[in-house]
Design a binder for this molecule. Structure first.
Ligand SMILES: *[C@@H]1O[C@H](CO)[C@@H](O)[C@H](O)[C@H]1NC(C)=O
Ligand SMILES: *[C@@H]1O[C@H](CO)[C@@H](O)[C@H](O)[C@H]1NC(C)=O
Ligand SMILES: *[C@@H]1O[C@H](CO)[C@@H](O)[C@H](O)[C@H]1NC(C)=O
Ligand SMILES: *[C@@H]1O[C@H](CO)[C@@H](O)[C@H](O)[C@H]1NC(C)=O
Ligand SMILES: *[C@@H]1O[C@H](CO)[C@@H](O)[C@H](O)[C@H]1NC(C)=O
Ligand SMILES: *[C@@H]1O[C@H](CO)[C@@H](O)[C@H](O)[C@H]1NC(C)=O
Ligand SMILES: *[C@@H]1O[C@H](CO)[C@@H](O)[C@H](O)[C@H]1NC(C)=O
Length: 402
């Protein structure tokens, strides 16, 4: 690392900690008591009027296999090999999301599918988001982005006034030892391998320098044409944010063959000295200040794109009794605490367009099946027409009624 890079890192983290120290109302904090769940003192009127509040759903996870053919997610959820590299999702003003996965990726299939959706829904749906996620090889990424952008651009959406964006699986990393430059760099590598991998090409037309240096020939290069195609191609950014982890410089030797888990050379964890970073949900530990921090990071490093929080939520176990499931005070705490931090992020100058809790209702969670529930509304999985409002749905509805 050069002297200049060291300075940038130090400045970056000084700036981040300065930001996170500024107190907002309600306070953006890591742990309970959050003091944010009373709608008489904190509600949608505390946000700019032009911010959209909704709730997210997904066709695959809600509708299941009714009236459709087998798709790539079926293979994924049944653990068949082959995977499913691209999901694309559309969000309606009626707060509905449809999604599907195109096996491939073959450019033709994806284009046909996107065009069909745009044709049928383009008059009503003005925001379209692609959900790119791949646990697979670096080599796919050029293709994915090229396909997404080329095909979405070639559609009539824009002439109908639609906007095209991309949802990233956001995750924030805090240096385990905040004073350690090597931990700061480990956190930065972890962020670049998850967020920068996609956001750098979309904003700057190339992969993050850290990835290029680390991966060398294993990372494909953009041709000039590809670079121009992806650069500046999104009208808005979608960010899924669930949790934050500590990162420390990994001392393990590089695994052979190398893989995406070990390439960032960051050892990640949810606790420091046995103390959790935030609050435990069924299957992860949430940390509301991480939402503010990642949004500030995106503002400062990626020219402050218009950003929707397309997913954020709290999981509970599927084996709770109905009464326990409906009394979901913990879910209210999770959403209101993230909303407190979102409000701070807006005050910090982040360009926020909306917030969509995951999820409108309990549904099929890809890798956990029906064992965990994220819904604001409860669903009886043996009789799915049987649905009840959880306390969180009642709270969110009151939060929005103003
Ligand atoms: C919403 O919050 C504001 C304070 O920000 C409060 O003045 C107002 O009464 C609240 N609205 C309701 C319906 O409680
Ligand atoms: C986006 O993709 C991720 C990873 O595959 C998945 O967990 C998430 O639920 C997807 N979101 C939607 C709305 O399809
Ligand atoms: C699912 O996987 C099987 C076995 O690998 C494959 O033959 C089939 O084409 C896949 N179907 C879809 C829709 O991805
Ligand atoms: C991460 O840290 C733990 C605890 O110190 C250690 O046991 C583990 O080997 C480390 N893993 C890597 C990949 O560095
Ligand atoms: C519910 O499921 C979780 C995870 O499998 C388990 O840890 C817990 O003990 C279960 N609770 C009850 C009441 O069965
Ligand atoms: C909302 O309005 C403010 C003030 O005019 C503007 O700066 C911001 O970009 C707008 N946000 C959205 C999502 O349109
Ligand atoms: C769910 O629906 C089934 C079938 O109608 C019913 O037997 C069961 O009691 C319901 N579960 C709950 C918790 O209400």
């Amino acid at each position: 690392m050069t002297f200049r890079e060291t300075c940038i890192f130090v400045l970056l983290f000084v700036a981040l900690s300065a930001t996170s120290q500024r107190v907002c109302d309600p306070v953006c904090q890591a742990k309970e008591p959050f003091n944010c769940n009373d709608v008489q003192t904190f509600n949608r009127t505390d946000f700019p009027r032009n911010i959209t509040f909704g709730a997210a759903t997904s066709a695959y996870q809600i509708e299941g296999a009714a009236h459709r053919a087998v798709n790539g997610w079926d293979n994924y959820t049944h653990r068949y090999p082959g995977g499913c590299p691209i999901t694309e999702t559309l969000e309606c003003s009626s707060l509905q999301i449809l999604d599907s996965v195109v096996k491939g990726p073959t450019k033709g299939d994806y284009k046909d599918y996107a065009e069909l959706l745009f044709q049928r829904f383009g008059d009503r749906v003005k925001l379209w988001r692609g959900n790119i996620s791949t646990g697979a090889m670096y080599v796919q990424v050029v293709n994915l982005e090229e396909i997404l952008v080329q095909n979405l651009r070639a559609t009539p959406t824009r002439t109908q006034g639609g906007k095209i964006g991309l949802t990233l699986i956001g995750r924030w990393f805090v240096p385990l030892n905040e004073a350690s430059v090597s931990d700061q760099m480990a956190a930065r590598r972890a962020i670049d391998f998850i967020v920068g991998w996609f956001l750098d090409p979309l904003v700057y037309g190339d992969y993050p320098k850290i990835m290029k240096n680390t991966l060398g020939e294993r990372l494909p290069r953009f041709t000039l044409l590809e670079s121009q195609l992806v650069k500046g191609s999104i009208d808005f950014l979608g960010l899924n944010y669930y949790f934050t982890q500590y990162a420390t410089d990994s001392l393990q030797p590089i695994s052979t063959p190398p893989n995406i888990q070990t390439d960032p050379r960051a050892n990640i964890s949810s606790s420091r000295g046995g103390v959790l970073i935030g609050v435990q949900s069924a299957n992860f530990v949430y940390y509301p200040p991480g939402l503010r921090q990642i949004l500030n990071y995106i503002k400062d490093n990626y020219a402050n794109p218009l950003t929707y929080i397309t997913e954020n939520g709290f999981s509970t176990f599927g084996n709770l009794t109905l009464a326990e499931a409906l009394a979901d005070q913990e879910r209210i705490e999770s959403h209101c605490s993230h909303l407190s931090c979102l409000k701070c992020a807006i005050e910090d100058g982040c360009n926020i367009a909306g917030y969509f809790p995951w999820s409108s209702m309990d549904n099929y969670e890809f890798s956990s099946g029906y064992t965990i529930r994220f819904g604001l509304n409860w669903v009886n999985f043996t009789n799915p027409a049987d649905r009840r409002e959880k306390d969180s749905a009642k709270w969110y509805s009151r939060f929005n009624t103003n």
